[in-house]
Design a protein around this ligand. Structure first.
Ligand SMILES: [Zn+2]
Length: 282
């Protein structure tokens, strides 16, 4: 794996900071309260997690007292073992991911022993109020989207949202095989329901976003799914889909998303039908 580095923590709201962990470019959140701090996402290995914990503690001037993982992907989740001994929070779907072959393979690809990975000490299905060292923070799940268990962290006193990879500003959203394209806009409606004009949103990767950015990404993801339904309705096979419509993302993003979308629609019984020429209308 290429070299780990962690940027300094930069302020994004009152006593809330973000540092970027490379090589994945993942945003690490730090919510500082009077008596402790909450870290959001953990880097790509237990060693990275431990380094992030130490850097967060040195910066915040209070102990890190809890940690939350937004979803199972390696750059957010695999550092959790570096936070041993702390209460850790994640969606209940993280636990089954620990024993799946995709997770083990992702770990081995990074030089991490799958047996070193740990799950959160506290899991939940929909919502949980967290104590960030005396500061109220809410963790929410709006249904499957980027993965089956994305968590959004909302800090009401700062009008700040951590969106995990439900939103991205470093590049387009990541449409992996475990995403749920149809449901993704619904989860973003959940985020939009939390926001006001002044709300700021920290995506999983890239600079801070605002409400209009979230609206824009929601409409593009919804349009992507709609266009896939449209080209399937035209009878287009996946390899012919790109040329058959206009798309709300750049070509490489769409071409990567198409097989995922086709597979998901096929699982729902929606497949391209061969269009027979109409011979003699009656
Ligand atoms: Zn992700």
């Amino acid at each position: 794996m290429s070299q780990f580095s962690l940027s300094s923590f930069a302020p994004v709201a009152d006593q809330i900071f973000v540092a970027v962990a490379e090589p994945a470019g993942v945003n690490i959140g730090l919510v500082v309260g009077p008596e402790g701090a909450l870290v959001i996402d953990t880097g790509s290995s237990p060693a990275q997690g431990a380094a992030i914990r130490a850097a967060a503690e040195a910066f915040a001037g209070v102990p890190v007292t809890s940690v939350l993982v937004t979803h199972w992907h390696y750059d957010h989740f695999f550092g959790l073992a570096g936070f041993a001994g702390l209460p850790s929070f994640g969606h209940e779907s993280l636990l089954p991911w620990l024993s799946r072959p995709e997770t083990a393979q992702a770990a081995l690809d990074l030089g991490v022993e799958p047996s070193e990975l740990v799950g959160p000490t506290v899991t939940f299905s929909l919502a949980k109020v967290l104590d960030a060292g005396g500061r109220r923070v809410e963790a929410l799940h709006f249904g499957p989207a980027h993965t089956d268990g994305d968590l959004v962290v909302y800090v009401p006193d700062a009008q700040l949202v951590f969106a995990g990879d439900l939103l991205e500003s470093a590049g387009p959203p990541s449409f992996g095989p475990d995403c749920r394209l149809r449901d993704w806009p619904i989860a973003l409606d959940g985020i939009l329901g939390l926001t006001r004009e002044e709300t700021r949103i920290v995506p999983g990767h890239g600079p801070v976003m605002d409400r209009m950015d979230a609206f824009d990404q929601r409409s593009r993801i919804s349009a992507l799914y709609g266009q896939v339904e449209y080209v399937i309705g035209l009878g287009k096979k996946v390899e012919d889909a790109y040329a058959a419509a206009e798309w709300p993302f750049e070509e490489a993003t769409v071409r990567a998303a198409l097989p995922v979308a086709y597979a998901q629609l096929a699982a729902a019984g929606i497949t391209p039908k061969r269009q027979l020429p109409l011979l003699g209308a009656n």
